[in-house]
Design a protein around this ligand. Structure first.
Ligand code: AMP
Length: 264
């Protein structure tokens, strides 16, 4: 069976600069291509953060032998009262995972202010040195976009059935788990911090192999259009090699977590 990576990104020009609105990535069978491409166009055109003036849809054949097998990170929720408590919880989780306090604080401030120049959102993620707060991604407008990834359909179905009672078996959550599982499977990455740029979604997460995917219920104020992702990387990382794997190596989440959650 032929498999294809399908990717979408959309943007709108503001004062001469293209500003990211939305993006999506899947790996699907040839028989599913048209349907998925149509849902991506719909997703681009109906995004809550605005109508794009540019949509890029790309379809690329994936070689099955090159697919990296991923175990889904276990999931749990850290309930917090407000954004300040959420940021303290995220800082604590990042430091426990091995990120320095300076880098954790820098990342939180960066996502609060908007990680792209001019306080805008990026299309991809910031790469941050986990010891010293130094940005390592070559282009701070674009960032590093994790692509060519998806769930194996039967594993996704089992995952949804397994956590159905929690009410969080939604695309937003499973797509983020796929990203976090691919990112934290890279030996150079210690942890990831994310909150959405979708104005109606205030729950973010900290992901690491140590603690899994930890949802933090308030990481930004309702109505804010600013969000992003930060990948914390070990000092001395070969940046080009890491970026090439994150962007180009196909990966499928084809195993459920061996532990449902990890004690925080
Ligand atoms: P979202 O959770 O989709 O609202 O995305 C929040 C932010 O994370 C976006 O503004 C991007 O900066 C970043 N982002 C989204 N998808 C990816 C991805 N596949 N790889 C890297 N960064 C991403």
């Amino acid at each position: 069976m032929s498999l294809f990576s399908v990717r979408m990104r959309s943007s709108r020009e503001e004062q001469g600069t293209p500003v990211h609105i939305s993006g999506a990535e899947r790996i699907v069978a040839e028989t599913d291509l048209e349907r998925v491409a149509a849902t991506f166009v719909q997703r681009a055109m109906q995004h809550k953060n605005g109508t794009p003036d540019f949509v890029n849809l790309s379809i690329e054949r994936v070689c099955p032998e090159e697919i990296m097998s991923l175990e889904a990170l276990p999931i749990q929720t850290c309930d917090v009262e407000d954004v300040e408590e959420g940021h303290r919880a995220a800082h604590h989780l990042l430091c426990e995972a091995g990120v320095s306090s300076e880098s954790a604080n820098f990342a939180i401030a960066l996502l609060k202010a908007g990680p792209a120049p001019g306080g805008r959102v990026m299309r991809g993620a910031v790469l941050l040195d986990a010891e010293q707060p130094i940005r390592m991604e070559p282009d701070p407008h674009r960032g590093v976009r994790v692509s060519k990834l998806d769930w194996e359909p039967s594993v996704l179905e089992s995952w949804c059935n397994g956590i159905g009672h929690l009410g969080i078996a939604r695309p937003r959550v499973w797509e983020a788990i796929a990203i976090a599982s691919k990112v934290t499977a890279q030996p150079e990455v210690i942890a990831e911090l994310c909150w959405s740029d979708d104005q109606s979604y205030i729950t973010g997460y900290v992901a690491s192999q140590q603690f899994g995917y930890v949802r933090v219920t308030h990481l930004k104020p309702l109505g804010s259009l600013i969000g992003g992702r930060v990948f914390f990387i070990r000092a001395g990382t070969d940046i080009q090699s890491l970026i090439s794997r994150l962007e180009k190596q196909p990966a499928l989440v084809d195993r459920l977590p061996t532990r449902p959650y990890i004690e925080l």
